[in-house]
Design a binder for this molecule. Structure first.
Ligand SMILES: NC(=O)c1ccc[n+]([C@@H]2O[C@H](COP(=O)([O-])OP(=O)(O)OC[C@H]3O[C@@H](n4cnc5c(N)ncnc54)[C@H](O)[C@@H]3O)[C@@H](O)[C@H]2O)c1
Length: 256
């Protein structure tokens, strides 16, 4: 028996990275998974790979900032219901608080915070109507509760996602919809590549975070290690945690 046998999940930003690892794990645990990602992403190929391995997976080309209702409708049309939403889609680019135009600031907030809000509302409608509870997992970040230069757009958006987790958990508890988050530290995905450079491979990163063990576990995470926490919160094994964000950062945020 898989942990998610019979469940239907929608995972945003699942063409690659943490979302893809989550979709792969969910399918392996018996879920039917709708992969939602931007047109032009690798979402169709990711879904095809999962189907080729015997899993139930489909792809909907959708932008979380404007297609939330459409991606939820596509999930229900394809798989008949919706039990789990993973709000994973995200973007990062450095932005100077003074020099960066407001529209660039707003772009991150639109995808990260409003995207999660739109998708949660669309999924919540369906889960409440189904009357059988549900699970929402928001992929946040340690940036949501820590400060960083060139990152006020991203960090504030992630902090808002953590508040959304708490508030929806309270509001939807009567519907048995559990809303939680996972806050990764550094993860080996394309997001770590800024201006063509993998930040985790720079001498500065290696000296500070690895050799001096600023990350106590002395390495970035693999996407599968984040997916494992998402699976727990999305599964029926999680019965009495709601409104919380689990930090998965190798100890990064408990030391200084
Ligand atoms: N990689 C890290 O170090 C790290 C650390 C903490 C948190 N996170 C968070 O984890 C999540 C996944 O990031 P990742 O590292 O896998 O990055 P990634 O760039 O590999 O994957 C992000 C995915 O989101 C999709 N996406 C972007 N904008 C979208 C939109 N508007 N609509 C739909 N899909 C969209 C992209 O196409 C991509 O497939 C993000 O929310 C990110 O902020 C990542």
């Amino acid at each position: 028996m898989g942990e998610l046998n019979g469940k239907v999940a929608l995972v945003t930003g699942a063409a690659r990275g943490i979302g893809r690892a989550t979709a792969e794990l969910f399918v392996r645990e018996g879920a039917a998974v709708m992969i939602a990602d931007l047109p032009g992403s690798d979402g169709a190929a990711t879904a095809a790979t999962l189907r080729a391995a015997g899993g139930q997976a489909a792809f909907v080309a959708a932008d979380v900032t404007q297609d939330a209702d459409a991606m939820v409708a596509a999930t229900v049309a394809h798989f008949g219901r919706l039990d789990i939403l993973v709000n994973n889609a995200g973007i990062f680019y450095p932005a100077d608080a003074l020099a960066t135009p407001f529209t660039e600031w707003q772009r991150a907030v639109d995808v990260i915070f409003y995207g999660a809000l739109h998708c949660s509302r669309a999924a919540g409608q369906v889960m409440v109507a189904q009357g059988q509870g549900g699970r929402i997992v928001n992929v946040s970040s340690v940036n949501g509760f820590l400060g960083a230069a060139q990152s006020s757009h991203y960090n504030t958006a992630k902090g808002a996602v953590d508040q959304l987790t708490r508030c929806l958990a309270v509001e939807w508890a009567p519907h048995r919809i559990l809303v939680n988050g996972v806050a990764p530290g550094f993860v080996e995905t394309a997001m770590a590549v800024v201006d063509g450079v993998n930040e985790h491979e720079t001498p500065d990163f290696q000296a500070f975070y690895v050799q001096r063990r600023r990350i106590p576990l002395a390495r970035p995470a693999q996407p599968e290690e984040i997916a494992a926490a998402v699976l727990f919160l999305a599964s029926d094994r999680c019965t009495y945690i709601t409104g919380h964000t689990i930090v998965v950062d190798g100890g990064l945020s408990v030391t200084f």
